[in-house]
Design a protein around this ligand. Structure first.
Ligand SMILES: Nc1ncnc2c1ncn2[C@@H]1O[C@H](COP(=O)(O)OP(=O)(O)OP(=O)(O)O)[C@@H](O)[C@H]1O
Ligand SMILES: [Mg+2]
Length: 404
């Protein structure tokens, strides 16, 4: 095995006897990198062990945790000892017989095969529900294993309202025993000497440009609800069958992600579905992806009007691209008032949009007074939603949207 260094903060994990290992904090601190390495090293050295890596959404697995684990196998020089399989998704060590399985919780045939599983990893644990977690805990507790049971959770502390805060951080008498069985390690990008200089600079810049984003993703502080512009939207698992597609919202980006959402309406209630959140797309590539996703050509796409050449490209490809109403305050007000009236829902699978909403905050002046302007920069999905929903409300004569 080729030795590869990792941030020192994670060192205690190799020897801990705690059941729950909670890795939390800012982005880029090496949490995912470490846990994937830990599992690969264990699979290469422990005989006949089984591990499951969970993400809430199956479609996120392949490019995140599965890809990470495959990279770790190669970095550690273990390529000859492992085989990678996509269906079912797993990585098998031929030498030890140990298996790392990858599962999404939205694909229900799954968690039946917990036999002999000793270790699980909930990547982006805040995306799961508390119920998901305890169901799996219950299932695994039944399984007899020769290796100790261990649960990894990794996440950014997006909101104190999230169940993870209640379960692992809120100090209550009933939780005392449970907390005693948890090793919590907080890290930020400053703990990761292997982070690229560019990425570290990105966080440093955010310190003054986007303090709210920085607090959570830079400094790893728990997000609190005050001064959020919209806040997390209530989540549903699927768009109801009766809901009709009314429009799309599109925020162009190249170095920043290009975000495309679809907006559905059923009886005055709106549902948003994230279709795309990707950087480095030219207009030609975007049109191709939209075609692949079967974006409807007769449904309006409300886009950011500061990029007319992109819209021209989409129109040439046959799409009904129309300028969005871009008034920021009124648009955000429409999102917020729909949320408060129980008329706006997001899919749990809208991973990027939901993350943005959880930290999208008003700017503050030097004295801490809230300004009439949101923090810029981590708002691509929110902008796409605002362009789509607000312009739709305006054009369809719903006014502020709440008078129907
Ligand atoms: N040996 C190493 N240990 C840790 N990180 C490394 C190492 N070598 C390179 N890196 C880089 O540092 C970054 C750490 O990212 P990683 O995805 O593990 O962080 P994270 O804490 O999971 O972030 P997030 O909270 O955003 O998920 C990656 O870009 C990774 O490639
Ligand atoms: Mg990570």
């Amino acid at each position: 095995m080729t030795p590869v260094a990792y941030p020192q903060a994670f060192h205690p994990i190799w020897t801990t006897d705690k059941r729950y290992v909670v890795l939390w904090g800012g982005g880029g601190s090496g949490k995912s990198n470490f846990i994937s390495r830990h599992l690969v090293v264990r699979a290469a050295t422990e005989k006949d062990n089984r591990y499951i890596v969970f993400r809430k959404h199956y479609r996120q697995l392949r490019e995140s945790v599965f890809a990470e684990c495959c990279r770790r196998v190669n970095e550690l020089g273990l390529g000859n000892h492992f085989v990678f399989m996509l269906s079912p998704m797993q990585i098998v060590c031929k030498t030890t017989g140990s298996v790392i399985l990858f599962m999404g919780l939205d694909n229900q045939e799954k968690v039946k095969s917990t036999a002999r599983v000793s270790t699980v990893w909930f990547e982006e644990a805040t995306e799961f529900s508390e119920d998901d977690f305890w169901q799996i805990d219950k299932e695994l507790s039944k399984a007899e294993t020769k290796y100790p049971k261990r649960y990894f959770l990794s996440f950014n502390p997006i909101s104190q309202q999230n169940w993870v805060y209640g379960a692992f951080f809120a100090e209550t008498a009933e939780r005392a025993e449970f907390h005693a069985n948890a090793l919590r390690i907080k890290t930020t990008y400053r703990d990761n000497p292997y982070l690229s200089a560019d990425a570290a600079e990105f966080f440093e810049r955010a310190k003054t440009l986007r303090p709210r984003f920085y607090a959570v993703y830079g400094n790893g502080e728990w997000g609190t609800p005050e001064d959020l512009v919209v806040g997390p939207l209530p989540e549903v698992d699927r768009i109801p069958d009766a809901a009709k597609l009314v429009c799309y919202g599109l925020d162009f980006g190249f170095n920043d992600p290009c975000a495309l959402v679809a907006i559905y309406r059923d009886d005055g209630v709106y549902y948003v579905k994230e279709l795309l959140y990707r950087t480095q797309l030219t207009v030609g590539a975007l049109a191709d992806v939209m075609k692949e996703m079967q974006v409807e050509q007769y449904v309006p796409i409300y886009f950011d009007s500061s990029r007319p050449e992109m819209a021209a490209g989409l129109r040439a490809a046959g799409y009904l691209a129309q300028k969005a109403n871009k008034s920021v305050a009124a648009g955000l007000d429409a999102l917020k008032s729909h949320k408060e009236a129980g008329r706006l829902f997001t899919l749990g699978a809208n991973v990027n949009l939901n993350k943005e909403l959880a930290v999208y905050a008003w700017r503050k002046d030097r004295d801490g007074h809230i300004l009439e302007e949101p923090e810029d920069g981590y708002d691509h999905g929110v902008d796409a939603l605002r362009y789509g929903l607000f312009t739709h409300l305006k054009y369809s004569g719903y006014g502020s949207g709440l008078t129907f």
